[in-house]
Design a binder for this molecule. Sequence first.
Ligand code: AHR
Length: 496
Amino acid sequence: KKANICVDREFIVGDVDQRIYGSFIEHLGRAVYEGIYQPGNPLADERGLRQDVAKLIREIGVPIVRYPGGNFVSGYHWEDGVGPKAERPQKLDLAWSVVETNQFGLNEFMDWTKEVGTEAMMAVNLGTRGVEDAKNIIEYCNIKEGSYYSDLRVQHGYKDPHNIKLWCLGNEMDGPWQMGHKTAKEYGRLAAETGRIMRMVDSNIELVACGSSSLYMDTFAQWEETVLDEAYDQVDYISLHQYYGNHDNDTKNFLASSVAMDEFIRSVVSICDYVKVKKRSHKQINLSFDEWNVWYHSNEQDKQLEKWVKVPHQLEDIYNFEDALLVGSMLITLLKYCDRVKIACLAQLVNVIAPIMTSDSGAWKQTIFYPYMHTSVFGRGKVLHTLVKSPIYESKHGDAPYLDAVLIENEEEETLTLFAVNKSLDEPMEVKCELRQFKEYSVVEHQVLYHEDLKAENTQAHPNNVVPYGNGNGKLENGVLETVLSKTSWNVIRMK
Ligand code: AHR
């Protein structure tokens, strides 16, 4: 197969907002306990923070982490997780039918963000709670001192305010499974009032309203329109969530899922802009794709879980090579819309549908770690409009190109990086890209993630089964990049 890529240095989509490489830690399964926090484990520091996990997170360079949920936040009392640990209550978490010990909470999370070099994206409970509690938590986090909740934080040993800038107004409030599920009108009003009051406490914050939990919700589109009708002036972003799975072992269709993600993004942008026009507003609402990933491997196993236990192995998807290819295509899709998608969170970060897994004796990288790490490390700069002329195939999501690609210029470092996935199951892809404006550049490295077995996995015993190699054949001479991408491969071609 053959494909052509066209770009021009002046045709820029936009600057990549680094928060597009965000992730997510929820109180769920072994994400917090046994994931990032395991007091007494030899791999943890004196605060209980797992250092082996922290090292892998730093390797990715995760700029922002959403916390504490997810579905969990819709029943959460943040006060249960602050103050002396011996006094913290054990509570039922109805979202995941487990017992939450509250030994890790807001302040421990903020310590951990500093340890791994990230920032917090904090969610408030708009399921079983509302305006009052959102007002209190932001006072606790962002006011210096001299009021009940700010003084309480100081008393808890945190003299300086946490100054959390980015806040989610609830989670998936359109979902009937959500505690305190609401109609769009009910939620829109509540989001608007909560946002208004939170900004009275701290006018510097940014707010994310809940969009639909998936493109396939019956209420999709109407939900976004109604929520924005109610809360347009109070919020900055609307969220999108989407997970894909290969339930039918149909890899061609599975790899085409990024086409649906692309459509989801374009649709939400249209709705935001429609409401903008309707309101005669000058303000633009941007997108926070704050849950995305592959999620399906653990579905059956999770149905067998016993209720009301602590720290079960929950949502522990073991990812294979084809999952990494789709994650790569999804990252390319997010980058293509970097003018509107300002925040995105790979859901999640450790043990729970995650790029990083742990046991008591170590941490290892799942297959999806690699495209995530590559884009986060090398995908900073300006996205150029990347016109991909590729053969296509019919899929259940519509026409899918065999080649997904995006090119990023980093002016400061004077580099160009091409991320590309060849989705063909049986043929290599000859790729040509005219880069006349980069005549003096040449290929520095061409990393390839490939495995002959689409179902190959990394495990603690075999952590290097699926790893990238710098063995690609990309060549840039006289301003023409040429390469042959192997079938089913994720590629990073770095030029300087
Ligand atoms: O990420 C797992 C769950 O998926 C989250 O808790 C919820 O928001 C979504 O349905």
